[in-house]
Design a protein around this ligand. Structure first.
Ligand code: NAP
Length: 261
């Protein structure tokens, strides 16, 4: 992997030996923030055959791992958690050592955002008794009481599962900004959001996203399928601007680091 940006005093020899933790840790370890990570095809597709897997490259997998190493908590929408088969957070011994060196807990918590709480509670993500870090379900005060009760009961039996309830938006939806505030109150400062598109849209509309890490895979996904932003249309005049702060390249794939203005 080669570094193209930032283009300061990087010796040529170091340009081809990128330290991903240094690259993505700069302006991030302190003070933290909300960072979103996506992979996209060149034609803007966020999936190939319904999942992100078909878009992934070795470089994207390396960036994905490094971004997780640099996170206190990984936030994900309920649909992505289900479709992409999310598991409790259990980094390898090598990754735990990296995290320790960088000042992180052994594993990032996984926070699932769900308004309806129609989650498969039998899946390993929620049955997390020996997890190194908790699975946190974040919902709103408007979630169905019966489903809340199911999760409260499950959490009472497992130290690895927590339920956080946050005030809903005026439209009765889960409030992305309130979810982030609740995580910060628990001490999670470096917050990595792994999507999906509807959650990213909610985060941008709430002006709660600081950074977008976008891997561009050298392929075309074809018509149809989601882009990295999904859900309801945005107001006409809402056109967030981004500033490129980092750029890596490997095997025709690009790894962009953008700051939302
Ligand atoms: N290319 C990539 O890097 C990448 C990354 C992630 C995902 N993906 C793909 O994206 C697809 C899933 O994305 P998605 O957009 O359908 O779902 P999503 O963003 O993962 O999750 C949407 C769900 O999140 C919950 N939610 C909580 N607060 C919300 C809010 N304020 N606004 C909207 N939803 C909120 C809702 O769950 P409830 O219904 O429970 O209320 C909603 O159904 C999958 O195909 C996945 O493979 C691709």
């Amino acid at each position: 992997m080669r570094i193209l940006l930032p283009d300061g005093d990087v010796p040529d020899s170091a340009r081809s030996e990128v330290d991903l933790h240094a690259h993505y840790g700069a302006d991030w370890l302190e003070p933290g923030g909300v960072r979103v990570n996506f992979v996209s095809s060149i034609d803007g597709g966020a999936t190939a055959n319904g999942k992100s897997k078909g878009l992934q490259t070795p470089g994207d997998n390396a960036v994905f791992g490094a971004l997780r190493d640099l996170a206190d908590v990984v936030v994900v929408g309920a649909s992505t958690a289900t479709i992409e088969n999310y598991l409790p957070s259990r980094p390898s011994a090598r990754r735990q050592a990296i995290r320790e060196r960088l000042g992180f807990a052994p594993a990032p918590a996984i926070a699932v955002l769900s308004g309806s709480l129609t989650l498969n509670l039998d899946s390993a993500l929620y049955q997390n008794p020996d997890g190194l870090a908790p699975t946190i379900v974040i919902t709103s005060s408007t979630a169905p009481i019966a489903r809340r009760t199911d999760i409260i009961d499950l959490a009472a039996a497992s130290a690895g599962l927590q339920l956080l309830e946050t005030p809903a938006t005026e439209a009765g939806e889960l409030d992305f900004a309130a979810a982030i505030a609740a995580l910060r109150e628990l001490g999670y400062q470096r917050i990595l959001c792994e999507g999906g598109p509807r959650i990213f849209s909610a985060g941008v509309l709430a002006r709660s996203v600081d950074e977008l890490c976008l891997s561009v895979a050298p392929m075309l996904a074809g018509p149809g399928g989601p882009r990295i932003v999904g859900g309801q249309s945005w107001p006409e005049s809402f056109l967030p601007q981004l500033r490129l702060t980092g750029l890596l390249v490997e095997d025709d794939a690009l790894f962009c680091r953008y700051r939302l203005q």
